[in-house]
Design a protein around this ligand. Structure first.
Ligand code: SDX
Length: 441
């Protein structure tokens, strides 16, 4: 719900400008600068957009100070463990959890769309052995735009559920196929009798010579992890999807851009980077060495899985994932020394004034990798798991952007700080050097 509540006054020189103040459902306030440049000739400057709202959205609400995360108004703590990832995907897309009938239809579409086009299977043969699965996924998604060319903001001729279930279902098949390819095993096809997460685990770990036994508790844990990753308002990759989509780019190519943004170690790539960091701490056996490095302004090292642009409190997802970590390791009777290191690192950081003053807490990526590792997912696929979860959020935001009445191509301004006007003149010396090279002298 959006209300206008009075005006902010901006005084430039002797002139006072009135800028509308808008207020959202949860009392978030913004100064609407839509006409700022037209009225004042000024733009605003906000590197990293930490103070800039790019849109109004009804999908997800985050209160970073209070550590609140809600999907379509429902706290994630109330969804986690109560609904499936697919029900959450439907909620993000449509604004309400599906009825039994709608869930049946949605699920049958997921099944119908779960096969990767056989011509695309050969794409995997073209990738080098060590190709990172996130790069494979991003490329494959771009490739999908050649199979489904007319899926963009304007020419969307099919129902969003057909498109969304194709994306959500195929990404799971692609990820599992990429894994099987990387270990030289034949792909395991999706099964029509298995729900989303169970199907994924089966495609990943079943094999003609060693049947995979599905553990309902592990399937539940995977549902939970994907739910917690499903959306997070205007994060880097979702903003990338909105920006690329605003140019009316094919949806699959747009999602490919989201996958690329997510792969960065400062974003979704952090879950893999956390494991590298924990192993380095284990090998060095000196945790304080790394904490000091993280605090050293001259050292680019950061504690991976710590800190957040919005959460200045404990990331509510990290709280749930930390508990799930204990549950999964207990279920699988695994004792992972990296979990002990992570718990100790969290304890020491949260009692260190540097982290306390800067409000740096564990985020969604801090514990998730330990669960993925326990389930058997290879580390270079941890960010792929993040993408599987985030896909419904990306699609929901793309749909909201496409349907918005004030949709326009995203095109920020800048302040130019380069050289002033100067005219072209050939630099005789440089020209002479080039001439000599050309003459082979
Ligand atoms: C995700 O946006 C989202 O919602 C993202 C996400 C989602 O669901 O989509 O939540 C998923 O990307 C989680 C974040 C995963 N990334 C990491 O764990 C990487 C490590 N974290 C940092 O790189 C950092 O905290 C960011 C990138 C997450 C946030 O960076 P900001 O908001 O730009 O904060 P900043 O770099 O300006 O930090 C403020 C201060 C700085 O110190 P000063 O310059 O003020 O002295 O805090 C310091 C930073 O140096 N700081 C850290 C730190 N994170 C911030 N110092 C040590 N270790 C860290 N992890």
């Amino acid at each position: 719900m959006l209300k206008q509540k009075g005006f902010a006054e901006l005084k430039i020189g002797r002139k006072v400008y009135k800028l509308p103040i808008i207020v959202g459902t949860e009392n978030e306030k913004a100064i609407d600068i839509t006409n700022l440049r037209r009225d004042t000739g000024f733009i605003t400057l906000d590197p990293g957009y930490g103070n800039t709202g790019s849109c109004c959205s009804s999908i997800t609400f985050i209160d970073g100070e209070k550590g609140i995360l809600r999907y379509r108004g429902i706290p994630i703590e109330e969804l986690a463990g109560r609904v499936t990832f697919i029900e959450t995907a439907y909620l993000l897309l449509h604004g309400a959890l599906p009825s039994e009938q709608k869930l049946k239809t949605f699920s049958s579409l997921l099944n119908k769309n779960s096969l990767l086009h056989e011509d695309m299977r050969h794409f995997f043969d073209g990738f080098p052995r060590g190709a990172h699965p996130m790069h494979i996924l991003g490329t494959m998604f771009n490739g999908l735009s050649t199979f489904y060319p007319n899926i963009d903001a304007l020419s969307m001729k099919e129902d969003i559920d057909v498109t969304a279930t194709r994306l959500i279902s195929i990404v799971r098949t692609m990820a599992a196929f990429a894994y099987k390819k990387s270990i030289g095993e034949p792909p395991v096809y999706p099964r029509r009798d298995l729900p989303y997460c169970a199907n994924f685990l089966n495609m990943m770990f079943d094999s003609p010579v060693k049947p995979y036994v599905l553990d309902p508790e592990i399937v539940k844990a995977l549902n939970l992890l994907l739910i917690l990753h499903a959306d997070h308002e205007q994060n880097c990759s979702t903003s990338a999807v909105r920006i690329i989509g605003s140019a009316q780019v094919n949806l699959y190519a747009t999602i490919s851009a989201g996958i690329s943004a997510l792969s960065g170690p400062l974003h979704g790539g952090a879950n893999q980077a956390v494991m590298d960091m924990l192993r380095k701490i284990e090998r060095k056996g000196d945790m304080d060495y790394f904490i000091d490095k993280a605090k050293d302004k001259n050292d680019p090292f950061k504690l991976m899985g710590f800190g957040h642009r919005v959460y200045k409190n404990y990331d509510p997802r990290a709280t749930i994932i930390k508990q799930t970590c204990h549950n999964v390791l207990k279920r699988l009777k695994i004792k992972d020394p990296l979990l002990d290191i992570a718990l100790e690192l969290e304890k020491r950081a949260l009692s260190d004034s540097y982290f306390v003053e800067k409000k740096l807490y564990p985020n969604v990526d801090f514990y998730s990798g330990i669960i993925y590792k326990a389930i058997g997912i290879p580390e270079n696929m941890f960010t792929v798991m993040f993408a599987l979860g985030r896909l419904p959020g990306w699609i929901a935001h793309w749909k909201e952007m496409v349907e918005s009445k004030d949709r326009k191509i995203a095109r920020p301004r800048q302040i130019y700080v380069g050289k002033g006007l100067r005219h072209f003149k050939r630099d005789e010396k440089a020209a002479a050097v080039v001439a000599l090279k050309v003459k082979g002298k």
